[in-house]
Ligand binder design. Sequence first.
Ligand code: SF4
Length: 287
Amino acid sequence: MPVTDPRSATLVPRGFDPHPVTGTGFISPVPPGSGWPGDCADATTPVARSAADVVSLAAAASSTAELDAAVSVCRACPRLVQWRESVAVSGRRASYADQPYWGRPVPSFGDPAAPVLVVGLAPAAHGANRTGRMFTGDRSGDWLFAALHRAGYATTPEAVAAGDGLELTGLRIVAGVHCAPPGNQPSPTERRSCAPWLVAELRLAQPQLRSVLALGGIAWEATLSAATAAGWAVPRPKPRFGHGATAQLVRPDGRPVDLVGSYHVSQQNTFTGRLTEPMLDAVIARL
Ligand code: SF4
């Protein structure tokens, strides 16, 4: 029996599939407020349908919970909305064919009062786009959460799915782009559209923020741009990305925030040895 997603009115030709942790049945994409573990949104959450909407809703967010809710129902980028939902409905990986796919923007994850932010690029189609939680459900996340556990930020070294009990203390994972893009490549326009959400992250984290880890050059650039937009002082000329690169940003209250660069935890980097566990541990130790 076809199911209609009440938010998008898109006909979803899938029935209910059991969540891998809770066993509760969900249609895909997952409707806001339908019980998915960690879902901050519900049917009343305002939906951004344009880049201008993102600007106004991001500026209006007064807490990370409000921000996460608004991010998770955003529909401002037509190409990404179509892609993330089509993957969730008809483009599933065979090994996950019997699981529901989140199929929505993936909100930030972690401690809402964290002094440390980790900035990623964008969700993976069959990782966070499936599980609904940053870096959860793929090899990149296996690397990142294991390192965060070694450093004392994560309660467990493994991330399976939202609802698995994993918690982050003192650290929050955010992103330059919140929707899974085709080929892992968001367009420049899509990056610009999503940028206000990151500016809001910096604004909300500012009172306690000490350092930011940028995973990859795109996250590094996104962080510098967001810091500038948030009114922070950014070094000139703009500091260049590299593994272990650092730059000092200055908040409007005059306090410094250290930006640290790391090669991304992508399989391309970890399988080839471009990024090793000791290299990742070393940059995390500087946060
Ligand atoms: S990429 Fe960002 S701005 Fe675009 S639809 Fe997703 S959450 Fe919204």
